[in-house]
Design a protein around this ligand. Structure first.
Ligand code: AMP
Length: 399
């Protein structure tokens, strides 16, 4: 379902309450990563340049429903003003007298940032009166915080769901998530390949299940591949494994077969003697039913597997990736994740990174600008890939 965005409406002279994601990492009052602020700027500039009164709101950290100086958004207001080259008025509260005064005196094109939404427990509780009060600051509601779009909180969905706002649209960040990630899921260019990795199968069951209805190939790597391999009788040594998920792994393998979806698992591994960067390493090509000797654990996909996965990526037209291929935090075991990132960066396909660890791995490897899209939400992008309705998106006006 396509949703209206800020480009579909006239915002001049209107109060636009924009839910942004300013949940930035902070150390001693200094913001240590500006990515999220940078990400919000196109929407803020667009609205301000078109004469909207831009009222920004966000959460930061987990202040548990009460004021805590450690989590004030004041440093964000200062940094944002610097980055925009124009003033940003900061309200010292969320729905109190300071917010009321700042919103009332906001002129067309001006920008106000409200204090941390989570200083009120009513935000996460999605409390009705809190929603009503927030809504009094807006003629138009704009959601541009994909990272919290899977939460039904007051500022992400409740304000619209209770019927307090007439117009609710997506900003550029959410608009891009819907058009690229949503577009790929609804109407992919084929062959469509999904690559799933990470530690556990249990975290990604719903994703694999949903994607099996949509893709041509599923590639499974990382720690969770060992549950699939062990379920089929391979010896996996001391590798990470969820024995209670064997039946489920076999069901997923059967589902793939029934649907004609190619399911690729690692054919060789790099394994280590311990879970550390100093581990002795070994790489042995799989031989039928035995794979990793006792006392060793699979830490990364092997060289043949990298080649196999890269070939599959090469002939794809759409690739979605979530979860590293190995314990990439240790240099020694980052090679498989690097190989997949490189194959994606070099491919002509639509390449989508589904947030979380794979997003940081791609950025760390310097391939960030060579992907079509890197999702801005970890949990949210997983739920999106699971095919779930995200309240922060489904509440927005349809086109
Ligand atoms: P997730 O959050 O589920 O995407 O999992 C990411 C984590 O999976 C990373 O911290 C990786 O170190 C870990 N991981 C990937 N491959 C393995 C493996 N073979 N054994 C143990 N952990 C792994």
């Amino acid at each position: 379902m396509s949703k209206k965005t800020i480009e579909d409406i006239n915002v001049s002279g209107l109060k636009c309450l924009v839910r942004v994601d300013f949940n930035v990492p902070m150390q001693d009052g200094v913001i240590t990563d500006l990515n999220r602020i940078e990400g919000a700027i196109p929407t803020i500039k667009y609205l301000s340049e078109r004469g909207a009164k831009v009222i920004l709101c966000s959460h930061m950290g987990r202040p548990k429903g009460e004021f805590n100086k450690k989590y004030t958004l004041k440093p964000v207001a200062i940094k944002l003003a610097e980055m925009l080259g124009k003033p940003v008025a900061f309200a010292e509260d969320v729905i109190g007298p300071s917010a009321e005064e700042k919103v009332a005196s906001c002129k067309n094109g001006e920008i106000v940032l409200l204090e941390n939404l989570r200083f009120h427990k009513e935000e996460e509780e999605n409390e009705k009166e809190f929603c009503r009060k927030l809504a009094s600051f807006c003629d138009v509601y704009v959601n541009d915080a994909f990272g919290t779009a899977h939460r039904a909180h007051a500022s992400t969905a409740g304000i619209v769901q209770y019927g307090f706002v007439k117009t609710a649209v997506a900003g550029f960040l959410i608009g891009k998530e819907i058009s690229i990630m949503g577009g790929a899921l609804e109407n992919p260019k084929r062959p469509f390949v999904a690559i799933l990795g990470g530690a556990k199968v249990s975290d990604k069951i719903a994703v694999i299940n949903n994607l099996l209805d949509k893709v041509d190939t599923v590639i499974i790597g990382g720690g969770m591949a060992y549950t699939f391999l062990a379920a089929q009788g391979y010896a996996i040594g001391n590798s990470i494994c969820e024995r209670d998920k064997f039946d489920l792994a076999l069901e997923l393998i059967k589902k793939a077969k029934d649907r004609g979806v190619k399911l690729l698992l690692p054919v060789d591994d790099i394994y280590g003697s311990e879970f550390s960067n100093n581990a002795a390493t070994l790489s042995i090509i799989v031989s039928e039913a035995s794979r990793i000797p006792d006392g060793w654990m699979g830490m990364d996909i092997g060289f043949n597997t990298r080649e196999l996965f890269a070939q599959e990526i090469k002939q794809a037209k759409t690739v979605i990736w979530n979860g590293p291929m190995g314990v990439f935090e240790f240099d020694k075991f980052a090679g498989g994740t690097k190989a997949v990132a490189k194959a994606m960066a070099e491919s002509d396909a639509i390449t989508i990174i589904g947030g979380g660890d794979s997003a940081s791995a791609v950025a760390q490897l310097g391939y960030g600008n060579r992907m079509t899209h890197i999702s801005t939400g970890g949990g949210a992008s997983l739920e999106y890939l699971e095919g779930k309705d995200l309240p922060g998106i489904s509440c927005l006006d349809n086109k």
